[in-house]
Design a protein around this ligand. Sequence first.
Ligand code: 13P
Length: 225
Amino acid sequence: MLVAGNWKMFKGTRETVAFFQAFEPPGGVEIVVCPPFTSLLAAVGRGIPVYAQSVHWAAEGAFTGEVSAAMLVELGVEGAIVGHSERRQYFGETDETVRLRCEAALEAGLAVIACVGETEAERGAKETEAVLQRQVAAIPSHERLVIAYEPVWAIGTGRTATPELAREAHELIKGLHDTRVLYGGSVKPENAAELMAQPGVDGALVGGASLEPASFAAICRAAAA
Ligand code: 13P
């Protein structure tokens, strides 16, 4: 099982250090923390692998606001999230830029958590399968890459996919791509064990509940059990 905490745009350096002082990771589960760019250096070297929340595909260049894979490697960062739905929704991320970011990260030696997931409108229009097929087709295969299934309607809403729904989507994705698949979308200490018990669910990508050391540790323990 792999449990990754995506802090999104929360926690500067001070709060990052405080998190690690309080966080008590259980054994028997792979744990990753994904702070904002400016907090990465404060997070590395504290016993938990650190991933960035995105990575650019060019080695360097005139790309204001972006960070390259080599820059992350130099910091001691071990991986990156790519194609999070918030990047797709608010920052123009496309399947093509997801593919470019994944390839550059893997080439530089980083691990990748590549995100896919349908919106509420797409699910309502019965397009879930087509959307997941299209998104997954853009993601390269690599031993250092895992996919995260994050139904957009379940992110930050408190509405988790039912275990059956998660299982269905994970089986579909695994039929398209031979990789581990994490579930993301309102994973909490209360629902983590049931979600991660589903066949095809290989871990979790946790947003809000990864910000508190105690709740993130509880989710990690549920994965280890
Ligand atoms: P929440 O756990 O806050 O719903 O966020 C999920 C997510 O987007 C993780 O990447």
